[in-house]
Design a protein around this ligand. Structure first.
Ligand SMILES: Nc1ncnc2c1ncn2[C@@H]1O[C@H](COP(=O)(O)OP(=O)(O)OP(=O)(O)O)[C@@H](O)[C@H]1O
Ligand SMILES: [Mg+2]
Length: 460
């Protein structure tokens, strides 16, 4: 690429960010840096100190770093500008009325420009394709959760968000409510469940068909991915991919892709790292490894752990015509505010106790949650995904009445230290383990409902 062309591109970037063109010194620093010149030499030629050149240059690298969301330094500035120039696309930066044609610019998060689509590219109405999403009949509370997710998606323009939590806690319901709440901000809103483990090729083809019904869909995964990224740049899309855990191997540590599914890693990594104006919301029982890694280094990646529905779960109990409202909070706490667990239990209370909650609670002498058959079956599905080592740890933890530290667990479980640590980390990534700090030590407890499940299952 010609030097003149990169300089012009650099000037456009600086103008879009600061409203000012490159001055003579900045141009000279760029030109000479591209030619491998040292700061000392540039300073000498201009009769100024090396420190001054260094500070002007570092100001310039900072502007590029902010705009391009990459750490730009003297050594990589040329290649980063060339690459950014190469991945160009048409858009108008409206924030300061600076039009930067054919350049792909992602401005700093807090000052994100409003991207105005070319009129012929913008659908007049949002295109909503929810596939086989369940219909939501009632929705309670989750005000804070909705506000946080909306902020990340609409205000901060996150590219990749993981909505995580134990089965039944309400992830799908929350995501669908969120779509309803923020749909006017998007050109495309898409929901797909991955429960039947579609291959990366199948899901990419399916997504590409939504954007272009008649267009040709490339065969190679790289080409499919690059076509998808182009759509994510051209349109503002929210794509929800639910049941991500079905892409991970059962019987292996959390978040390991099944064989043949590793390209999903590439898909999510690209979506997080490449500049575009869309967001992918991943829903899962297990934290994926790339999200765990990316969220530490990429401002556009977040994960959200969904917890108890809290007192709003009373409305679920009301819907099930339960009585004896003073005991409802005890019931909600016993089932950790998990809406699905409460729905299962409420059905049992209705069928066996005529809806009387205290009678149900009293029939249990040892204060441990009673697991009805459907709840047991739901926990079976989660427990069966654990490795033998994780299962061994849960069996030991299920027998504990107090939180235990790692050295204490080591004494009781016959596992090598690394197997034990991997198992503990994996259980944490499945949200089945609670950790609390006391002094400098972490103490662990098993999710109380799972604890009861393990006791029931292994005590005979
Ligand atoms: N905020 C809510 N208000 C009312 N009902 C809810 C709410 N959240 C969840 N539910 C109900 O709880 C049940 C489980 O919710 P949902 O299917 O969303 O959980 P999930 O976390 O997606 O579970 P899984 O991981 O197993 O797919 C559903 O019947 C749903 O209607
Ligand atoms: Mg779900």
């Amino acid at each position: 690429m010609e030097l003149k062309e990169i300089l012009r591109f650099a000037d456009d970037l600086v103008f879009a960010k600061t409203g000012k063109h490159l001055d003579d010194l900045q141009q000279a620093i760029l030109r000479e840096t591209f030619q491998g010149q040292k700061y000392a030499k540039i300073a000498q030629e201009r009769n100024c100190s090396e420190g001054y050149i260094r500070s002007v240059a570092s100001e310039l690298w900072k502007i590029f770093s902010d705009v391009l969301k990459e750490d730009v330094t003297k050594t990589n500035v040329k290649s980063i500008l060339e690459r950014a120039r190469f991945y160009n696309f048409s858009q108008t930066i409206a924030s300061d009325n600076a039009t930067v044609n054919n350049f792909n610019i992602c401005s700093k998060k807090s000052q994100l420009p409003q991207v105005t689509q070319q009129p012929q590219q913008t659908p007049t109405r949002s295109h909503i394709d929810l596939g086989d999403a369940p219909e939501i009949f009632s929705f309670y509370d989750r005000t804070h959760e909705l506000a946080t997710l909306e902020n990340w998606i609409v205000r901060d323009r996150d590219r990749l968000i993981a909505l995580l939590g134990i089965g039944g806690i309400g992830k799908t319901t929350l995501a669908l409510q969120l779509i309803e709440q923020i749909k006017t901000n998007f050109d495309y809103l898409i929901y797909r469940s991955l429960r039947f483990s579609p291959t990366p090729d199948a899901i990419l083809t399916n997504l590409l068909q939504i954007f272009s019904q008649e267009g040709e869909i490339p065969q190679a995964i790289e080409a499919q991915l690059s076509q998808l990224i182009n759509y994510l740049r051209k349109y503002r899309c929210l794509i929800v991919l639910d049941d991500l855990q079905m892409l991970f191997s059962s019987g292996q540590l959390a978040g390991q892709y099944k064989s043949g599914y590793e390209d999903y890693h590439l898909l999510f990594k690209q979506i997080a790292e490449v500049c575009h104006q869309s967001c992918i919301l991943l829903i899962s029982w297990e934290k994926s490894r790339e999200v765990a890694k990316l969220e530490r280094v990429n401002n556009y990646v977040h994960s959200f752990l969904l917890g108890s529905l809290g007192v709003a779960a009373k409305q679920i109990l009301r819907q099930h015509n339960l009585s004896d409202e003073e005991s409802w909070e005890t019931l909600i706490n016993a089932y950790q505010g998990n809406p699905l667990w409460l729905e299962f239990t409420a059905t049992t209370i209705q069928e066996l106790f005529r809806g009387n909650v205290s009678e149900f609670l009293e029939c249990n002498e040892c204060d441990a949650p009673i697991l009805c058959e459907s709840l047991q079956a739901q926990l079976d599905r989660q427990f069966q995904r654990l490795t033998p080592q994780e299962q061994a740890v849960t069996i030991q933890l299920a027998n504990q009445t107090e939180p235990v530290s790692l050295p204490q667990i080591r004494k009781t479980v016959e596992l090598s230290t690394s197997d034990l640590l991997n198992a503990m980390q994996s259980l944490g990534r499945r949200f089945l383990l609670d950790a609390k700090e006391q002094g400098k030590t972490s103490f662990f407890t098993l999710n109380p409902v799972l604890q009861q499940y393990v006791k029931n299952r292994f005590s005979h």
